[in-house]
Every structure is written in structure tokens, then in C-alpha cells.
Design a protein around this ligand. Structure first.
Ligand code: ADP
Length: 457
């Protein structure tokens, strides 16, 4: 069947159709023809027997008159048993054989070997004065059918054949329509995917039904839509990255140029600002790397069984000096018992640090931040609530998107890359958790994430 693989689908389906129709037609013809012929032979045998029974008394009368079978043919030329007198009906001795009491054929064609018992069962006895003088044996079989009967059979076969040809024709017409129905959407899909391969992402195919081909068309359209969206996102991301990298680079270049031109003195202040921009650049590149790894699912997590309270405590020690300098009060509530989670502690610490850094960044001096970890059945929820400005409801859905920043200039001025929450989301999801935000404008925000708890045993 290997050779079939290189034949176009349409031709393959046509071939299958032809073969199936030819086989169906052949079998129906053979079966119908056999059944008709057999039935016909049985019927003609039965009629021969009936006629033999009608003929037997005439023959007995002939024998009684003549004392022998001499000239007996003439009787059948005159008589038409069962139908009264009339014209001869073919050669009657094809329908019967006359066998004398010794079993010898007097006239007609008898079956090759015929015993006395068989004669009694198939033959009609001719009795003259109480003596069996002969048997009239009706014949059966194709070769004993009259010319009229054979012609009738021939025309029946012709009719069966014609019916078969008409049925095959109808099957081919219907099959052709059916194939067109299948092949047209497949061809559209083929053309669309070829154009897609050439980079045309606007390709869509019409969904013609709810069958497998309809589902295929739907999946194709969904796939292209996704491709188009991710292509748009990719372009947007390249534009965003280029834009984000350009800003600190422009500042560094401008400052250095000013020093070279003698506009600025290379004072520690100027050098510090250049250094600050280079740090932002480095952070941006690092964040982008982490984010792209996480989005590609290639983030390597060095997971270990950890008490989440330890990670929280360590993160607090990192952020505490910054909070203290702004006189922000941090209230921490942790469970009394250890909460074991299987995590990469570095990554989860970074998630918490990103959230706490934002809280610190957006909370005014003398503000408050609350950090809590609470167990909910199979999860632990870690949440950070601040007394900052809050986030507008229309902005809330976008805070986890990369490069989204509520206030660009303010965020940049405080060292934000617009990637902190996007990275946090990717890291949390890589651990099988969720992250979310709630906020009331003017009151503050809560950023929280969940992690699955590991119970021993
Ligand atoms: P950025 O580096 O700009 O902080 P993030 O991804 O960490 O980037 O945050 C995205 C945006 O979400 C921020 O620019 C800010 O507008 C908003 N945001 C994040 N955390 C807070 C918060 N605690 N209070 C108010 N706004 C916040």
C-alpha cells in the first residue's frame, strides 16, 4: 500500500470508490442472477411436474389404445396439457422423459442414472389396467428450459445488470458530490497553510460544519490567531525592550559626551549618576533574561523542601534597612508551625522581594506595610498590604504585564523596570501557584501569591 501514499487524496478516494462500487455491483449481480436462475429452475421443474400429471392419463389412454409407445410424439404436438388444445409449446420432450417399465428411455432425455425407487419419487406413473407401464419424468435444470424461458432469464439478467449500472452511476454521482464536499475545505486548508508558511498570518478558512473537517478548520483558525497574537506580542516586546534599553543608554551616552566636550566636570556626582544608569541597564538585562527563560518554560528551579517562614524572614532582613530609612512600619504575621513548601528558595525570595520593593517604593514615609502567611488547606497564601496610593481599577488587570507601569517617569525615577511583577507571576506559576492583586485607590494595595503546601507522608 506504500505506492498509495504518493497519489493525490482525490485520486485515492476515487479509486477506493470505484473498487467498492465494482465489488458491490459484481456481488449483487452474481447473487441476484443465481437466485433468479435457481428460483426459475425450481418453478419450471414444478410446472413440468404439474404438466406431467396432466399428461399421464393421456399417455395411458394412448398406450391402452396402441399397446406400445410407437408414434407417441404426436400426442404432445396436438395436446397442450393444462391449457387445453392449442399450438405446440416448444419441444415437450425437453420437459419430460418417458421411461418404460424397465427404466429405459422411450422418448426424451432422462437423467443419466435413475433407479426404480427414484423413478417412484420423481416420476409420474402411467398406469394402464392397474399395471405401471411407464413413468413420465419431469426434467429440471438449465439445459431443459425452453427457448422462451431462456430468453426470459436472459432479459432478467440484462435488467439486473442495468439496475446495477444505474445504481453504480447514482453511487458515483453521489460519491462525486460527497468527495467535492470533503475535498473543497481540505484544499482551502492546504492553500491557507501554504500562504501561512510564506508568512501571511491573516489567513483564515471558512468553517463549513461541525464534523471533523469543521473542527480541523476551527483548530486551524485558532492556531493562526494564536500565531498572529504571539507575533504581535513578539514585535511589541522587541519594541518595548529597545525602548527600555535606549533610555538609560541615552543618559549614559549624553553624560559621557558632555564630559568629553568639557560641558560636565567628571565629578563624583556625575559619575554616580552614570553608574546608577548602568546599574539600571544591568538590572533590566537580568530581568529580561529571567523573564524570557520563565516564559519559555526553561527556568531551572532548584527545588528543596523549605519552611516558607525562613524565606520570608530572610527577605525581611534584605528590605528592612530601606523601610527603616523611610520610617515605614512593617507588621509580620507568620504561622506558629513550620509551613513546608517545595520551592527554589532564591526564586521565591525574589518574588517576595519584588512585591515588598514595590510596597516600599509606593508607600509614603511613615506608612505601613503588613506581611502575612496563612495556611488554606493545601496552600499557603503570602500577602503584602501597603498604605500606598493604590491602583486604579482599570489599571489593575495590567500590573502583571511586562513593561506595564502606572506612572512611567515615577517608576523609572525610583529604579523600576516594569518587569518586577511579570517576573513574580512567572516564578510563582512555575511553582504551581497563583498570584493576584487587590487595591483601593487612595488606600493601598495588596499583592498576594499562593504556593502548594507539602505535607509529610
Ligand atoms: P515597576 O518596576 O515599574 O515597579 P512592576 O512590574 O513591579 O514594575 O510593577 C508594575 C506597575 O504596577 C508599577 O509601575 C506600578 O504602577 C504598579 N504597582 C506595583 N506595585 C504597586 C504598589 N504596591 N502600589 C501601587 N502601584 C503598584
Amino acid at each position: 500500500m506504500k505506492f498509495l501514499r504518493n497519489i493525490p487524496l482525490a485520486l485515492k478516494l476515487w479509486l477506493v470508490f470505484f473498487v467498492v462500487i465494482a465489488i458491490g455491483m459484481g456481488i449483487s449481480y452474481l447473487l441476484a442472477e443465481r437466485a433468479t436462475t435457481q428460483q426459475f429452475i425450481v418453478l419450471s421443474g414444478r410446472r413440468n411436474l404439474e404438466q406431467a400429471q396432466l399428461l399421464a392419463p393421456l399417455l395411458a389412454e394412448y398406450y391402452a389404445q396402441h399397446g406400445s409407445w410407437e408414434g407417441v410424439q404426436s400426442i404432445l404436438e396436438r395436446e397442450r396439457p393444462g391449457r387445453g388444445k392449442g399450438p405446440p409449446w416448444g419441444d415437450p420432450w425437453q420437459r419430460f422423459a418417458l421411461l418404460d417399465s424397465g427404466g429405459r428411455v422411450v422418448i426424451g432425455q432422462a437423467p443419466a442414472e435413475i433407479s426404480r425407487e427414484a423413478l417412484d419419487s420423481v416420476g409420474v406413473p402411467i398406469v394402464v389396467n392397474g399395471v405401471h407401464v411407464a413413468w413420465l419424468v419431469p426434467t429440471t435444470g438449465m439445459e431443459h428450459l425452453s427457448r422462451g424461458e431462456q430468453e426470459f432469464l436472459r432479459s432478467t439478467r440484462g435488467a439486473i445488470l442495468l439496475a446495477g449500472v444505474i445504481a453504480a452511476g447514482a453511487a458515483l454521482v453521489l460519491g462525486g458530490l460527497f468527495l467535492r464536499n470533503i475535498l473543497a475545505p481540505l484544499r482551502q486548508l492546504e492553500n491557507a497553510s501554504q500562504r501561512l508558511a510564506q508568512g501571511d498570518l491573516s489567513q483564515r478558512v471558512p468553517v463549513t460544519g461541525r464534523d471533523e473537517i469543521g473542527h480541523l478548520a476551527e483548530s486551524f483558525n485558532r492556531m493562526v490567531e494564536r500565531l498572529e497574537r504571539s507575533e504581535k506580542l513578539r514585535r511589541q516586546m522587541i519594541a518595548d525592550i529597545a525602548h527600555e534599553l535606549r533610555t538609560p543608554l541615552t543618559v549614559i551616552q549624553g553624560n559621557l559626551q558632555a564630559i568629553l566636550d568639557g560641558v560636565y566636570e567628571p565629578t563624583p556626582n556625575v559619575i554616580a549618576s552614570i553608574h546608577e544608569e548602568s546599574l539600571l541597564l544591568a538590572r533590566l538585562v537580568g530581568d529580561l533574561r529571567d523573564l524570557s527563560l520563565a516564559e519559555a518554560g526553561e527556568l531551572r528551579l532548584e527545588k528543596q523542601l523549605t519552611d516558607i517562614r525562613d524565606v520570608i524572614r530572610q527577605t525581611i532582613t534584605v528590605i528592612e534597612p530601606r523601610l527603616a530609612s523611610k520610617r515605614i512600619v512593617l507588621t509580620v504575621t507568620l504561622p506558629d508551625e513550620p509551613v513546608l513548601v517545595e520551592i527554589d528558595p532564591q526564586r521565591i525570595q525574589q518574588v517576595l522581594l519584588n512585591i515588598l520593593s514595590n510596597a516600599e517604593r509606593y508607600t509614603p514615609e511613615d506608612g505601613q506595610i503588613t506581611l502575612s502567611a496563612v495556611n488554606f488547606n493545601t496552600e499557603v497564601h503570602i500577602s503584602v498590604t501597603d498604605s500606598g496610593p493604590g491602583i486604579a481599577p482599570e489599571d489593575l488587570p495590567y500590573v502583571f504585564e511586562r513593561f506595564w507601569r502606572g506612572d512611567r517617569s515615577r517608576s523609572r525615577a525610583t529604579g523600576g523596570t516594569g518587569l518586577g511583577l511579570a517576573i513574580a507571576k512567572q516564578f510563582v506559576e512555575a511553582h504551581g501557584g497563583r498570584i493576584w492583586a487587590e487595591s483601593t485607590l487612595g488606600k493601598g494595595s495588596t499583592f498576594a501569591f499562593s504556593l502548594p503546601i507539602c505535607y509529610a507522608g
